[in-house]
Design a protein around this ligand. Structure first.
Ligand code: FAD
Length: 278
């Protein structure tokens, strides 16, 4: 089955009124790129519930397509049902469905253990009303028992009714191609869209990568470290490296790209233009 490529953009829900204003400005810069949708993350244990919804509501009201992330850890069936009703009310068509991580200090995992259970529940509650995106980990989820059980967990999410997947970010294209090949060999031909993390601040990305299990190839690390505090060189090299990664992914058949913007427009716009996506 062939799918048209999907280029999309991710935000997190801002905390302060200044952050809300700034995100409006970021959106105004990114909207002309015409992404397929803007997704909005959801804080652990429902901590951003209202802010995620209000950000998606604003996006929808601007005539753009908003896709809330929804995590199930710590939730009940009833609370997920309420979310779905709210999404319906504001015209949401796409949900990024996740397990999420239990916040420290929160002991009750709730009524869902893994994301495949949330995906099955959304399908049972709402049929084909929503396009469901699942998370995929070409470099293996950091808490996975092993690579094989993690891959099986991914297959379960797709078989539970996810339409497509968005990956954790990575800088090693081979891990992505290997993942897609195994997925197709297992009979899943749903699109697996690479998550792309532009690089403005290398030490921040190195810290994130440690936590989420993304490998930074040694040659890249050494080059970035060599720039020290020279932010212009970090930015220029980051743009070159990430654009080259995207080019390789697209040339190898990736069915789109999903940009983790961290609510900044600059790098995503530049990469998008270099790739001539719009
Ligand atoms: P799952 O697919 O349920 O997997 C979680 C872990 O459990 C994995 O280690 C897996 O191997 C294991 N597992 C799954 N099923 C089974 C099973 N049946 N038996 C044994 N082990 C199993 N986090 C947020 O808090 N908010 C967000 O908005 C957010 N957005 C994200 C968007 C994307 C595209 C991605 C890739 C990640 C996002 N995350 C977000 C991070 C995500 O919530 C964490 O990585 C979380 O730890 C796992 O969520 P999941 O949906 O992948 O879980």
């Amino acid at each position: 089955m062939s799918h048209s490529p999907t280029f999309s953009i991710e935000f997190f829900p801002p905390v302060t009124p200044e952050g809300v204003e700034k995100l409006r400005a970021t959106r105004a810069q990114l909207a002309p790129l015409k992404p397929a949708f803007f997704s909005v993350t959801y804080g652990a244990g429902g901590s951003t519930r209202d802010r995620t919804l209000s950000t998606v509501r604003e996006i929808q009201a601007e005539g753009l397509s908003g896709a809330p992330h929804l995590s199930c850890i710590g939730s009940t069936r009833e609370s997920i049902r309420e979310h779905l009703a709210q999404f319906r009310e504001i015209g949401v068509k796409r949900i990024v469905a996740l397990r999420g991580d239990l916040p420290s200090g929160m002991a009750d995992p709730g009524e869902f253990r893994y994301a495949n259970e949330l995906i099955a529940f959304i399908r049972a509650e709402s049929g084909d009303e929503f396009t469901i995106e699942a998370a995929a980990y070409p470099e293996v989820h950091p808490q996975a028992r092993n690579a094989q059980t993690d891959f099986e967990a991914y297959l379960k999410k797709m078989r539970a009714g996810a339409n497509s997947a968005i990956t954790q970010y990575f800088y090693n294209a081979d891990a992505y191609f290997d993942f897609v090949e195994r997925s197709q060999a297992a009979g899943i031909d749903a699109p697996v869209v690479p998550g792309i993390m532009p690089i403005a601040n290398f030490s921040k990305i190195a810290r994130f990568s440690e936590a989420c299990g993304a490998e930074i190839p040694q040659w890249m690390r050494r080059r970035f470290e060599g720039f020290g505090d020279d932010t212009a060189s970090v930015r220029a090299f980051g743009l070159d490296v990430v654009t080259a990664l995207c080019e390789r992914l697209i040339a190898g058949g990736a069915p789109g790209l999903h940009f983790y913007t961290l609510n900044q427009a600059g790098l995503t716009t530049e990469i998008w233009k270099r790739l001539r996506l719009s």
